[in-house]
Design a protein around this ligand. Sequence first.
Ligand SMILES: [Zn+2]
Ligand SMILES: [Zn+2]
Length: 333
Amino acid sequence: MPTSTLKIGCHLSIADGYLAAAKTAVSIGANTFQVFSRNPRGGSARAVDAGDIAQFLRYAGEHGLLPVLAHAPYTLNAASSTEATREFAESCMSGDLKTLRLLCGAANYTFHPGSHTGTGMEEGIGHLVGLLNRILVQPSEELGVRSEEREINWVSGIQNLEREKKDSTRSVPSAVPYSSLLTPHSTLPNHEPRILLETMSGKGSEIGADFSQLRQIIDGVTHNEDLGVCMDTCHVFAAGYDIAGDLDDVLEQFDREVGLSRLKAVHLNDSMMPFGSRKDRHAKIGEGLIGADALVRFVNHPALRHLPFYLETPNELDGYAAEIAFFRDNFSA
Ligand SMILES: [Zn+2]
Ligand SMILES: [Zn+2]
């Protein structure tokens, strides 16, 4: 599919709400962005302000910022050998997913598959699959309708949200309250956030550094139709996939093992650590071992160029603005 506009943004804070983050994104030339679904150390979720979300959705729709990406806390480990750790991951993730329904399909949700902490890949993947089977209960059937059968009605959806402003500080809706508000992003099947498994570098007993492990997870999930993948360029490089030297070969492997149609987002990072090091240290674009040229080829690749790209490089806003401008300047029409 021909794509002439690069969808690119960076990780931003939602300390001041979604609308403020969206305005920051626009101010640095981004047309999407990533946020943490809650405190990145795994703490409590902030109360959801429905008024802020309504204003955000209106603003983001007008500025073409959707979908955005929500990142689960790094510290969650749904594959842990410790039951309490798994239960904590499950309660955080299901809470996040409920909250993200307020964004009505305008958000994807990426998370780290976790680490087996010594019990072996099979058992770790088994725990993770169990969790995904409990939270992925075929939302489209549960909610009775798919978006392509539905008319996108921003105006009435936003009006509903604004009517709800009065009880705006409740944390999580008991049902999906704003079902008429749907994202204009045509690839999202319904207003559930789409869950994405992140590709990992493979440090310690980490799951998800090998594409075949992602396949195993997907195959274990009964309702896996909407289960996607977020590829992190730094992580795959550190895991031993040579995106700098032979991107076509890596994408062929990914397509064979996972399926390119499952790839829904990219974390666009350079790597401080060498190829195959299985260490996860992000570098600024062009200051790492992948290099700016290889990352430019990555965003321009015909199989990837339509995807949303999220920078997680060690930058302040001006650094992000410069990297976004760099990729826009080097995106072929
Ligand atoms: Zn991540
Ligand atoms: Zn990383």
